[in-house]
Each structure stands twice: as C-alpha cells, then as structure tokens.
Design a protein around this ligand. Structure first.
Ligand SMILES: [Zn+2]
Length: 407
C-alpha cells in the first residue's frame, strides 16, 4: 500500500502542528506501511487512547493504541515508532519535536528519551567487541590459560550472578527426588536447632576467613559424603557428609576446604574454562539470559574434578583457616582417610589412589599436632547431626556419577 501526497499539495503547505502542547492534537510524520518501502507523508492525530495515522486527505490509514507503541532505533532528532507484536515492519518517523513530545507524554510505556534503546545499542556493540576479542585471545592463549588470567578481573558481583544462574541448574540436577524447597535441610521445627548450629560453625569460619563476599552454606538431602562450592560463595553440603563426620571439626575441615575453593575462585575458573568466555562477557554486560550456557556451566561446577594443584591449595587453605579458627587442622585429613576407606561410598578403588593419600599426608605434615577445643559444643553438634531429620534421607541412592569425595 502506497499513499502518495496529492500533486496539488506541496509538502511545505501542510501545517506541521495545529496547536501547541498540551493542546497539540496533530502533526506531520512519515509513515511506512510495512508492505513496501514507499515513504508516505501522513498526519498523526493524537487521540485519547491511540494515535491515528491519516493520509493528507484525512483518510484513516491505521490506528495504534498508546500501550502498543514501541520506540525503534533512530537517528538523533527523530522519534521512530513501531507497534509491538506487529509482524509487518510498519513504522512512523516523527521529526517534529513538539509532536514527538506530545506522543511520549501520552504513551506511558514509551521509553522517554530512548534511554533503554541507547543502552541496548551500547550493549550490543560491547558484546560484539567482547566476542571478537575473546575469539582472538582464545586463539592466542588457549582457553584454560586465558580463564586463569581473567578470573582475578571478574567482578565479585558478576561472580555472584554467575553463581545464582548455575544454582538453579545444579539444584535441578541434585534434587533427584524433586523435593523442591524441602531439598534444603534445616527449615522444619525439628531441624531448626541444626540450622542454628550450622550457622554458628559457618560463622566461626567466615569471621576468620574474612572473604570479600558473604558465604552461604546449605545442607541438602543427598546421601553421598560430598560438598560443592559454587561461584560466588554458595556452598552445598550433602547430608551424607554430616552423617559421616564424627566431629564438628571434621565437617568444619571440609567446609574450610570448600571456602578455599571460594576464596581461590575455582568454581568461576571451571565455568570459564568449560562454558567459554562469551558466557562471561554476557554476564558482565548483564545480558545473561540462561539456556544452554547455564546447563553447561552447572555441569562444569558439578562434575569438575579439580586438578591436584587446585585441591592441594584448597587443603592448605583449610589447614590454615582451621588453625586460625581454633579448630583441629588435622580433622580434614581424618575424614578424607575414613571416606577413602569406606566401602559404602563406593570409593574402594580410591584406597590406593596416590593423590588422596598424598593429600592426607600433606594435611598432616602442614599442621603441627596440638590440643584444640571442638568448634561446636556437644549439644550443638548433636543438633547439627539432626539437620535433615524431618524427611527420610537414608536409602536414597546416589545418582550415577555423583559419588565422590568432597571436591
Ligand atoms: Zn576440593
């Protein structure tokens, strides 16, 4: 559809605005009907609920209600409008500032001054540059090296967002019985004292560790003896680990090891190495929307078995943190040794695993033996042992591939 101005009416003779705001009711604009590229000079009438697009002969061409107006990118000095949900590329171009202002005034949903539009455009440019740069850097350095170099520069806020994004994915994978919120222990009345005891224990470690971000520790109903640290400071402790721990300091030693992973940002590095850099840049620019990248990142955190060097560093962190917190630094070695020898854990093969033996030897060597007070009193420890007592967690079979030592 093409509407040509009548030859007897030169453009300059058409009044641009009939009245001034707020009494302004109509003005000139250019209209593209979306079916062809022809430019149509039109009149735009400002109605109470909609704008009417009229030919210069005052024939109604279209009517767009205010809520459905959407701003499209346009050069400076032009308001370009489209219609949301419109499959045709119909658009209206308004150069008359008074008319543009009057429409913006009416359309509550219209982004004033195009702030969101300009922000989006900057984001897209930023993403394109980042994506290009990441390809070049990856080609030069390789992803693992690059991830290592970049991790110190990832802002903590981004790391936290990353953790929140993978959190849902990880819970979905771990919560095999579909318990939903009840997957986390410590909420019910019978479990509350256990939650308080856990908070006491975590509080002691956290106040000594002085991490730049807050720690969040949750116990979940999983029967394996394991714990994982997500990027951003969220740690999941499996119920099975609490069951296997014989003293509060054994549990604290594993927690301190996981806090070491948080402090060293190992989870973030694992995600970067697996899910790639575009993921990180997406996060930084706030355009992270989920989908496949979250799934990959979540699995990266769950399945990553860290290198021996990374585990040794987390062990050393644990020994140091336990010593400074007044706990028993050897306790981590004690629980690791017991888990390695535990046939129920399906870890029989690990009995002769030199890496775990070396880890235990290194922990023992790093911490000089000395008398310590347990980090929780007997009443607190007994409450913590009951933190998952409301639902029957025992007997739930570990999912294949999910068994393991604390990572
Ligand atoms: Zn670890």
């Amino acid at each position: 559809m093409t509407i040509a101005p009548p030859p007897d009416m030169p453009r300059s003779s058409v009044p641009t605005v009939r009245a001034l705001t707020p009494a302004l009711t109509a003005g000139r604009a250019v209209y593209f009907d979306g079916t062809c590229s022809a430019k149509n000079d039109v009149l735009v009438e400002i109605g109470p609920t909609a704008i009417q697009i009229l030919s210069l002969q005052h024939r109604l061409l279209d009517e767009w209600s205010y809520p459905e107006l959407r701003r499209m990118s346009a050069p400076d000095g032009m308001l370009r409008l489209g219609r949301s949900g419109e499959t045709l590329l119909a658009r209206l171009e308004i150069r008359d500032p008074a008319l543009a202002l009057a429409i913006e005034h009416r359309a509550e949903t219209l982004d004033r001054g195009g702030v969101a539009e300009r922000r989006l455009r900057r984001k897209i440019v930023g993403l394109s540059i980042a994506a290009g740069a990441s390809l070049i850097f990856t080609a030069i350095f390789g992803l693992p090296v690059l991830a290592n170099r970049l991790v110190p520069f990832v802002p903590l806020t981004v790391e936290r967002k990353l953790g929140e994004a993978v959190d849902k994915e990880i819970r979905g994978v771990l919560d095999i019985r579909h318990l939903g919120p009840a997957f986390t222990c410590g909420a019910g009345p019978a479990e509350l004292p256990g939650r308080l005891a856990l908070d006491t224990l975590v509080g002691k470690l956290a106040s000594t560790a002085q991490l730049p971000q807050p720690l969040r520790v949750d116990v979940v109903r999983r029967s394996e003896a394991n714990a994982i640290a997500l990027p951003g400071g969220h740690i999941y402790v499996y119920d099975g680990l609490i069951e296997k721990a014989q003293t509060p300091d054994e549990l604290a030693g594993v927690l301190a090891h996981e806090i070491g992973h948080v402090a060293h940002r190992d989870g973030t590095r694992a995600v970067l190495q697996t899910a790639g850099l575009s993921f990180l840049f997406g996060m930084m620019l706030g355009d992270f929307v989920g989908g496949g990248a979250v799934v990959i990142a979540g699995r990266a955190v769950l399945r990553s078995s860290y290198s021996r060097r990374v585990e040794t560093a987390a062990d050393a962190y644990s020994v140091n943190l336990m010593r400074r917190s007044g706990g028993d630094p050897h306790a981590l070695g004690a629980i690791l040794a017991r888990l390695v020898g535990d046939k129920d854990q399906g870890m029989k093969l690990l009995l002769d695993h030199p890496e775990t033996k070396d880890r235990i030897a290194a922990i023992d060597a790093a911490a000089a033996p000395r008398a310590t007070m347990p980090l929780l009193n007997p009443a607190e420890w007994s409450a913590l042992k009951q933190i998952c007592s409301s639902l029957p967690p025992k007997g739930a079979m570990p999912a294949a591939g999910e068994t393991g030592l604390p990572q």
